[in-house]
Write a protein that binds this ligand. Structure first.
Ligand code: FES
Ligand SMILES: [Fe+2]
Length: 349
């Protein structure tokens, strides 16, 4: 990979990112978080949808997180100015009758927020029309909650996290385990890919027979894996009339940290019985990726030139191409042209 990636290593703007699990924000609560290098407060009013504001009081710069959220507005801890869901100032306590300042003309930035399927997504940019929409797990309702949710922080930028996520060749080395696949079971795979909305899809197929994890699903599973900008992977497994969806969302925290949000949805009631057993497996799997990313960072000081080889790294090449094209299309105010062409990729894993 020629290291022109340096300038494009910035996360994409004009995109929705998974910010927080909905259940982490109870009614009347406020949570402060850094996302894409920006300090944000997320609030869930006692009534109405969750909202997100810049964690900054426009009066004298106090972070709003030190204030109080009363279930409707945030009160800044310094001089008590209050801010509502649109970021508009609703009260300046020091004003006396006859002072003309209109608090409603003062605002802190607000971010569009959407809650769906147990996740709160925030839009970073100026115009969400024509942006890749926040994903939904297919086969599940908009208000469905994941059967299992895990998140983990990786100490790397978004690109390495996304590329690691779609990398088919690291499985036998990083995730080697009796319950997944052994490195000796590696064999040649051929998977058909096609362009899809803001990304590409590994079209529906029978998963490889060395994936022991699929066997516990029963029946003959068929899998489709969708990747979509800015960093979303949706794996849809159909087993007879049942479905299991892995929805992974990658969110940059800053240049050196990325959060992985992994939501699993399933329709099999018996799988829910196994949840206490499945959770540590999901965590272990994510931790293996986290640890390998941390080790990789040690080799990346000095911004070395890296390689992406065919076909094992072709999806990574597509990711960089998609990202460049999306940034260019937005900058030039033109339609996004998907650079991916239908193709069968072959690798051994
Ligand atoms: S700094 Fe927030 S009210 Fe003064
Ligand atoms: Fe992995």
């Amino acid at each position: 990979m020629p290291n022109s990636a340096a300038s494009s290593a910035q996360p994409l703007r004009e995109a929705w990112y998974y910010a927080l699990a909905g259940k982490a924000l109870s009614p009347g609560a406020m949570v402060a978080k850094k996302l894409l290098g920006e300090d944000i407060v997320l609030c869930r009013p006692r009534q109405g949808p969750a909202f997100a504001l810049k964690d900054f009081c426009p009066h004298r710069g106090m972070p709003l997180r030190f204030g109080r959220f009363d279930g409707e507005t945030i009160e800044c801890c310094y001089h008590g100015w209050r801010f509502g869901s649109e970021g508009r100032c609703t009260k300046i306590p020091s004003l006396v009758d006859g002072q003309a300042l209109d608090p409603a003309k003062i605002r802190t930035r607000s971010y569009p927020a959407i809650e769906r399927q147990g996740g709160i997504w925030i839009y970073f940019g100026d115009d969400s029309t024509g942006a890749p929409p926040p994903p939904t797990a297919p086969s599940f309702a908009e208000d469905a909650a994941p059967s299992l949710y895990e998140s983990m922080r990786f100490s790397c930028g978004i690109d390495h996290a996304v590329v690691g996520l779609m990398d088919p060749a690291h499985g036998p080395f990083v995730h080697e385990a009796w319950w997944w696949r052994g490195r000796n079971s590696a064999h040649e795979k051929a998977k058909a890919f096609a362009p899809s909305e803001f990304g590409f899809t590994m079209t529906r197929h029978r998963p490889s027979s060395n994936s022991a994890a699929y066997k516990i699903l029963g029946g003959v599973p068929e899998t489709e894996i969708v990747f979509r900008l800015p960093g979303v992977r949706i794996e849809h497994v159909a087993v007879g009339r049942h479905a299991l969806v892995n929805l992974t969302a990658v969110t940059p925290i800053d240049e050196r940290a990325t959060e992985i949000h992994h939501s699993i949805f399933w329709t099999m009631p018996w799988l829910s019985v196994l949840r206490p057993i499945l959770r540590p497996f999901a965590r272990k799997f994510l931790a293996q990726d986290r640890d390998i990313m941390a080790k990789q960072q040690l080799g990346l000081t000095g911004d070395p030139t890296l390689m992406l080889i065919d076909d094992a790294d072709t999806q990574a090449k597509w990711y960089y191409r998609l990202k460049r094209e999306y940034a260019a299309a937005r900058a030039e105010k033109r339609r996004f042209e998907n650079p991916v062409k239908p193709r069968t990729l072959r690798w051994k894993s």
